[in-house]
Design a protein. Sequence first.
Length: 67
Amino acid sequence: MYVAPVGGTAVQDHVALAEIELCGDLIIAASAAHEDRLSLESIDEVLKVTEARAHEREHPQARAMNL
């Protein structure tokens, strides 16, 4: 039987962690919503789409570098 060594083997996928956090934010928003479904505007607000687009317009080079 193989047992993984203790400590130092964990790898963090920062993109996956960010996506999980966004999904959690959507779940929280959906559970707090008064309507049956979140509107597209509500989803954009939760995901901060407007802020991201404004940042891309102000810093077009950041998009190419995924900042």
